[in-house]
Design a protein around this ligand. Structure first.
Ligand code: ZN
Length: 447
């Protein structure tokens, strides 16, 4: 009996046992590929995969399929956040002891109910993350699909300036130490690697080029891709010249130039703008009305809502010498995103949500889409970046578009985000691996 119990439990939760064929009919389908939406579409889900998607005359609905009428709704792929964090904030504060199983689990569930069906946790993870990821891939841990860069590699006494425990980030002092750190990380089979190359508004020593060169080389030798935190155009060029695979933030010190464009296009480097990062320094103080939106407050603990509403918070923001720099950085970031998109650079999507209390998992992703459109991208371009773009950066060919054989990760929306990008917030339901997230959870997010 003791031996059979776990097996029985595994069967009960296994998606193959619950598998049914579901046909969602009548929605406008944005499939993530960038092509024009399909009106009155049929989307057939078989277990955790898409069996067919397309025009009503072209898609055969299998007999016995459960029909779901989604007339007037819009369906888009689940959002893929290629730059997020978990386990860094608890009770509205950054804490070195926040990286617990319970906290990570709660944050993955929060992403999922906001329609973020996959997240790459880009550094500052405890090694516990590998355990959780592997458990999830065996079917045992709900929430957004977890991809991870493990600890990540920063600079001694420098970036990232986040209060984490020593086992949450490597800080090599020499190229040889950097290589050893890559090798240790590689043993855990991370989905990406992360490096930080920044002086954080001039405050800290920056990682030496000899170190990031050695780290990127060692990572590639292990078959691992590397994303770099950058701020300055010169650093972006330096890490790309050394083979980095993705920029994890915008270039924010000045306009990008033809040289960067040419480098990124030649090498296929991905660009993740994280406009939310720079906006997070001041948005809630500038625009307290944001805090009247249940879509935002539903993503925050009550103590955070109270804190962001306080005059004390607004005074702190007003006095912060980094805030004017962040405003200028956001302007550069928006202009640069538009330039790079128009030039044909590969755009992925991320928010840095979860890195601190003002970068709010779930809400931040919808806000980022809005900021990308404000930067001049079409709603379609923003949606493609947040789905197929991120999937490509991750090398996750099983997701990102809603086509036959892909994972059934999608959002049903009350209104079309191509008309107004903020309609991504009008969640009717979230489907993740063919499983409909409990409607009450989604309603709590979308209320
Ligand atoms: Zn980050």
């Amino acid at each position: 009996m003791r031996k059979t119990l776990p097996v029985v439990f595994a069967l009960m939760v296994s998606p193959t046992v619950l598998a049914e064929v579901v046909a969602l009919k009548g929605a406008t389908l944005i499939d993530g590929s960038g092509r024009a939406p399909q009106q009155d579409a049929v989307l057939v889900v078989d277990g955790e995969r898409i069996l067919a998607a397309g025009a009503p005359g072209k898609v055969k609905v299998p007999q016995g399929a459960r029909l779901v009428d989604v007339t007037g709704r819009t369906i888009m792929p689940g959002i893929i956040n290629a730059h997020g964090h978990v386990g860094l904030v608890a009770g509205g504060q950054n804490r070195a002891d926040a990286y617990t199983r319970e906290n990570v689990q709660a944050q993955l569930l929060q992403y999922e109910r906001y329609g973020v069906t996959s997240v790459l946790t880009l550094g500052l993870n405890r090694d516990l993350v590998y355990e959780l990821r592997d458990e999830q891939r065996r079917g045992g841990l709900p929430g957004a699909s977890l991809f991870t860069a493990g600890r990540g590699i920063g600079a001694p006494d420098g970036a990232p300036p986040v209060p984490v425990a020593p086992d949450q980030v490597y800080r090599p002092k020499t190229p040889a130490e950097g290589v050893a750190d890559v090798q240790e990380a590689a043993a855990h089979k991370p989905d990406f690697l992360k490096i930080w190359v920044d002086d954080v508004f001039g405050k800290f020593p920056k990682m030496q080029p000899a170190i990031f060169k050695a780290v990127i080389e060692a990572a590639h030798a292990k078959g691992l891709k590397v994303a770099s935190h950058i701020f300055y155009l010169a650093d972006a060029k330096a890490v790309i010249a050394n083979g980095v695979d993705a920029l994890a933030h915008s270039v924010r010190d000045r306009p990008v130039d033809a040289e960067l464009v040419a480098m990124m296009k030649k090498r296929g480097t991905f660009y993740v703008a994280t406009l939310n990062v720079d906006a997070s320094f001041f948005a809630l103080a500038d625009d307290p009305a944001l805090l009247d939106d249940p879509f935002l407050t539903g993503a925050l603990p009550p103590e955070s809502v109270q804190q962001f509403r306080s005059g004390e918070y607004r005074s702190k923001v007003a006095a912060d010498p980094n805030v004017p720099k962040a405003r200028a950085a956001l302007e550069n970031a928006m202009r640069n995103l538009k330039t790079l998109r128009d030039a044909g650079v590969r755009i992925a999507f991320g928010t840095d949500s979860g890195a601190n209390p003002a970068r709010i998992p779930g809400w931040a992703e919808h806000r980022e889409l809005e900021l990308m459109v404000r930067a001049g991208l079409s709603p379609m371009d923003a949606l493609v970046a947040a789905t197929n773009g991120s999937a490509r950066m991750l090398g996750a060919s099983d997701r990102g578009t809603l086509q036959k054989g892909k994972r059934a990760d999608f959002l049903v929306l009350e209104a079309n985000p191509l008309d107004d990008i903020r309609n991504t917030r009008k969640l009717v339901s979230v489907w993740h691996g063919g499983r409909e997230i409990p409607p009450s959870d989604v309603a709590a997010a979308a209320r």
